[in-house]
Design a protein around this ligand. Structure first.
Ligand code: ATP
Ligand code: MG
Length: 254
């Protein structure tokens, strides 16, 4: 099962949710792989994986589709263990930026899907973090995925942005990946005492959008977790933020 975290808006929690949902998945005993498609490499950094070799990065994996190699390394060789049981990562790399136009012009858009298909039996769950843009890599991920999770930050523009995202995902589904669905819209940095977030979420629910009803609260623990490079399930299992992430995870897995 492959889930892509996607929203063209920046800073909504894609990387935070990728790492924390994947860490919960692994902690529950599922073999879980994280893929970092963002040149910012926040997910890679969060999982202390910037020390992994560039040769095992997502850039090297894509690079071998446009350069000649006597032996192409299968994707499984790029999946590196993290310090947590059952949790693996293909680290991100800034170098994918410079390859993007060549990959695009040489129509390598299905390469990620084919590669991930070949490790279907090796991982129970795959979580893909994407940059805040619908670029070649995001499109590759949406073509490879079973479902898409959309974190939102519950502000005024969330609704507007969602319409265009929905349309784009539908188009990708029609053109490239019929199985693709929006599995859940995840309200992140939710402030329970404020009226606007409540109103925005209610409007989305009323319109029939698949809003995950377990909201993720705003909490300084998230920043601490990034700083300490420790997913919340390992850093503060009992905290309300962690409990909300767990509840969100469980709703998705139901
Ligand atoms: N629930 C939360 N409570 C408090 N802070 C949060 C929460 N979720 C995310 N943040 C903070 O908001 C910032 C943006 O989060 P994150 O990097 O996960 O977003 P993103 O969508 O991946 O951003 P980008 O589009 O730049 O990749 C980070 O500093 C993170 O610590
Ligand atoms: Mg990010």
């Amino acid at each position: 099962m492959i889930r892509v975290l996607f929203n063209k808006k920046g800073g909504v929690g894609k990387s935070s949710l990728t790492v924390n949902l994947a860490a919960i998945s692994a902690a529950q005993g599922l073999r879980t792989l994280v893929l970092d498609l963002d040149t910012q490499c926040n997910t890679t950094s969060y999982l202390s994986a910037l020390t992994l070799s560039e040769e095992d990065s997502i850039a090297a994996l894509f690079e071998q589709t446009i350069t000649f190699h006597l032996r192409k390394r299968p994707i499984i060789e790029y999946c590196q263990p993290t310090q947590y049981d059952n949790l693996f990562i293909i680290r991100g790399s800034e170098r994918i930026k410079e390859m993007e136009s060549e990959l695009d012009s040489r129509h390598k858009i299905y390469k990620l899907r084919d590669a991930l298909k070949s490790i279907e039996q090796d991982f129970d769950r795959i979580y893909i973090d994407t940059p805040p843009a619908l670029n070649f890599y995001t499109l590759s991920a949406l073509i490879a995925a079973d479902t898409c999770l959309i974190p939102i930050d519950c502000d005024d523009f969330a609704r507007q942005g969602l319409y265009s995202l929905q349309q784009q995902i539908q188009e990708i589904s029609e053109d490239h990946n019929q199985a693709l669905t929006i599995e859940g819209i995840i309200a992140n940095q939710y402030m329970a005492n404020a009226n606007l977030p409540k109103q925005i979420i209610q409007e989305l629910v009323d319109e029939g959008l698949p809003v995950v009803t377990e909201y993720i609260p705003q909490s300084v623990k998230m920043r601490e977790s990034h700083q300490l490079k420790a997913p919340l399930i390992h850093m503060a299992a009992k905290h309300k933020l962690t409990q909300a992430l767990l509840a969100c995870y469980q709703q998705l897995e139901r």
